[in-house]
Design a binder for this molecule. Structure first.
Ligand code: URP
Ligand code: ZN
Length: 448
């Protein structure tokens, strides 16, 4: 793109509201919103289009090992899928192996992430507490890690007990870092899993029955109690899936605690009736926490609208059909996770803005700006001085989504065949056109 160009005739979604305004981009940054501009700028016509900041997805698992499997997208394919769908930044995870230091695991993950085509940052997962953990956490913060992750479920692998959770929260508070919590009561979930599995009840519906909303709500309440006792740190509840869980988030916020919440598109778009499908199809929808009831999904939309929910992330962690089908008759062995990194923005804009009338600036906040601020991604709001990471959306023209548009390497998408009415027509990173209508233009690093 030229050094200076204008985007004219569009609707611009700024943090302060939606404006009918032209934009001037100069040297990769937004120079001005609202003309008149000095003459000589090339024009990008945006008549009928809506200009949003590119998305930031604060929770993805690229190339994540899971037993015999690995999540389908690596950093190259996952980041390109994100870019096609209008997303400019991802936050993935460093998950040290047993006996490996956080620093060493971070080195390895940083080198894997060099294949990414957009900016990627990391949460550091803590799955044990030993004599090195406190100092390793400090080293991570010195190297730019601002967020630690703990799992209160998966106690047989990466999950932590309450004492470790408390120590991680305390140390993160002292280091000024944030903690992301997978909030499901691991002991109760494990008891339910054993009871179902031990009595031969292993089909996908038992996946959901073994992880009920009460387990989510209890883990959120416990986390909030620790944050209250410790006076911090800022804590994000990952992938809130239920109305009961959301009620605990609201309680924590009402008490003035620094507790934030994420939900994911799959909890908004689908419900637990999917687990009644024949096992190989049902297995496609197995993730943790599981899908809930339609009224839970309604409640989550309410949480997005009233700002009880701060982020919509994807928890992008798809596994190919073969991996899902292989153990579909035994929910304890189905690899957990679904994709969405390409579809997140288009789905949420279609359903949230066009069908439910949620304000575009509110959706820009949960899809882009809140995560951008939390993780330090420049260009996650349309404001003068920011890098021009902009997506020009055609809103209101329906089309049927085909997974090949998103381009994830996974061989299925739970959004396949869904009607979307939000098309990412032009995606700019740092003022350069990088993708058009689901097609990557010139793969390149973000922010340039
Ligand atoms: O089912 C899920 N969510 N898989 C990814 C790992 C996690 O629990 O976040
Ligand atoms: Zn996750």
């Amino acid at each position: 793109m030229p050094r200076r160009f204008s985007i004219t005739g569009g609707r611009v979604v700024t943090p302060g509201g939606v404006l009918d305004a032209d934009l001037l981009v100069e040297d990769g940054s937004i120079a001005a919103i609202g003309g008149p501009f000095p003459p000589g700028a090339e024009d990008v016509a945006a008549d009928g289009l809506t200009v949003l900041p590119c998305g930031i997805d604060p929770h993805v698992h690229l190339a994540m090992p899971a037993g015999a499997y690995r999540s389908s997208d690596d950093f190259a394919s996952g980041s390109l899928a994100a870019l096609r769908g209008g997303t400019a930044g991802l936050v993935d995870f460093v998950e040290p192996e047993p006996g490996e230091t956080q620093s060493r695991a971070l080195d390895k993950r940083l080198s894997e992430a060099e294949a990414a085509r957009i900016l990627v940052k990391f949460h550091m997962t803590i799955s044990r507490w030993d004599s090195e953990t406190a100092s390793e956490m400090e080293r991570c913060v010195e190297r730019g890690i601002g967020s630690f992750k703990i799992y209160l479920a998966y106690l047989d692998s990466i999950g932590v007990d309450d004492e470790t959770a408390f120590r991680v929260l305390e140390r993160a508070r002292d280091l000024g870092a944030r903690v992301l919590v997978h909030a499901e009561e691991g002991v109760a979930v494990d008891a339910l899993r054993s009871a179902f599995s031990g009595s031969g009840r292993r089909t996908p519906p038992y996946h959901a029955l073994s992880r009920p909303p009460e387990c989510e709500a209890a883990a959120i309440a416990k986390t909030a109690a620790m944050v209250r006792r410790l006076g911090g740190p800022e804590t994000v509840i990952a992938h809130v899936s239920s109305e009961l869980g959301l009620a605990e988030v609201r309680n924590a916020k009402a008490a003035g605690l620094p507790v934030l919440a994420e939900t994911c598109p799959h909890y908004l778009a689908f419900d637990a009736s999917r687990y009644e499908l024949p096992a190989p199809q049902a297995a496609r929808f197995v993730m943790s926490p599981p899908l809930r009831s339609p009224s839970d999904a309604e409640a989550l939309w309410g949480g997005i609208a009233d700002a009880s929910i701060d982020f919509v992330s994807t928890d992008h962690c798809p596994f190919d059909l073969g991996a899902k089908a292989e153990s579909a008759e035994d929910f304890t062995r189905i690899p957990n996770g679904v994709g969405g990194v390409a579809e997140r923005m288009a789905y949420v804009l279609t359903e949230g803005a066009l069908k439910r009338g949620i304000a575009l600036d509110r959706l820009a906040e949960v899809l882009c700006s809140a995560a951008g601020r939390a993780h330090g991604f420049p260009g996650s709001a349309v404001e003068p001085g920011q890098p021009a990471n902009l997506c020009l959306w055609r809103l209101g023209t329906a089309y049927r989504y085909d997974r090949r548009l998103g381009g994830s390497r996974c061989d299925y998408s739970i959004y396949e065949g869904m009607e979307f009415a939000a098309l990412p027509e032009k995606v700019f990173l740092g003022g350069n056109l990088r993708a058009e209508s689901w097609t990557v233009a010139t793969p390149a690093k973000g922010g340039d």
